[in-house]
Design a protein around this ligand. Structure first.
Ligand SMILES: C[S@@+](CC[C@H](N)C(=O)[O-])C[C@H]1O[C@@H](n2cnc3c(N)ncnc32)[C@H](O)[C@@H]1O
Length: 268
């Protein structure tokens, strides 16, 4: 029987099928001290699994809200070219340093990597080369500014920043949910033109709670971006090492939300 050609990635059938499960548990390892300044990064190990599924070695990966550069570091580690955009110059510098350290360790074989300090709303002005995969995570609306947010209390005590910036262009500083959603969707719609036909976009995101109400950010993004991209599905990222808090106990239903949606879209 003729061997089937793998057009998407370099995985074996066993590795491929393992990724197909619609949920996975990933407990982030303790953060390295250098990246603690950033209030909301995703783990490089998680990013690497997505990158190695949605690209082949030598292809390119973009994160238009790169933060500490986790997706870019994971891309370089797995032999992919890395492109990032980040609004906050301090985070962009950190991302650039981390990515260049990875490249240095790889020597002559290192893939190309670059971080642009820019507003992702203007990504069409950066003359980016065609991209093979985009892996990204937006601010979860303005949740970092919510006083009751559990992790924020700890960061304040540790003297760490609790927000991304005070820059009005920072999407996390938009208090109105509808405006935040519109601006975020506009960025991902612009991104469509940068992706090669057939390329995937993965957005790691959560539904968020404010006051007594849930704002279905993940579901809203699925529906809105499904008008531009083909919405393929979600993979649920579950964390099972987070301490439970007795929110609303004996009074009202308030969940401990320890899962994120990894929404997968395709440029047809
Ligand atoms: C959830 S964090 C991304 C974290 C990143 N995935 C990591 O692992 O480090 C969202 C990032 O979006 C950035 N950001 C917010 N508004 C932006 C904008 N208009 N353009 C570019 N980046 C923006 C924030 O500074 C923040 O670093």
């Amino acid at each position: 029987m003729a061997e089937r050609v793998n057009r998407l990635n370099d995985l074996t059938p066993r590795e491929w099928i393992r990724f197909q499960k619609s949920w996975f548990i990933h407990n982030p390892p303790p953060r390295e001290p250098g990246v603690l300044v950033h209030p909301g990064k995703f783990p490089e190990g998680l990013a690497r699994e997505f990158i190695e599924f949605f690209t082949k070695r030598g292809q390119s990966v973009l994160d238009p809200m790169a933060g500490t550069g986790s997706a870019l570091v994971a891309a370089v580690r797995s032999g992919r070219q890395a492109l990032g955009i980040e609004l906050n110059p301090d985070f962009a510098r950190l991302a650039e340093q981390r990515v260049q350290a990875e490249r240095l360790a790889l020597g002559d074989q290192a893939p190309q990597a670059r971080v642009h300090v820019a507003d992702a709303r203007q990504l069409d002005q950066l003359e980016l080369p065609p991209v093979d995969y985009c892996l990204t995570s937006p601010p979860y609306w303005d949740m970092l500014r919510q006083p009751g947010f559990e992790t924020q209390r700890q960061r304040r005590e540790d003297g760490l920043p609790t927000t991304y910036s005070d820059d009005p262009r920072d999407l996390a500083n938009i208090a109105d949910y509808a405006r935040f959603l519109d601006e975020l969707v506009a960025i991902y719609v612009k991104l469509h033109a940068c992706l090669r036909p057939g390329a995937y976009l993965t957005v790691v995101v959560k539904n968020v709670k404010k006051g007594k109400r849930m704002y279905p950010l993940a579901w809203d993004l699925g529906r809105r971006l499904g008008e531009t991209y083909l919405l393929k599905d979600e993979r649920l990222w579950l964390q099972d090492n987070v301490r439970l808090a007795p929110y609303g106990m004996f009074n009202a239903w308030v969940s401990n939300t320890h899962h994120h949606y990894c929404l997968n879209f395709r440029r047809e």
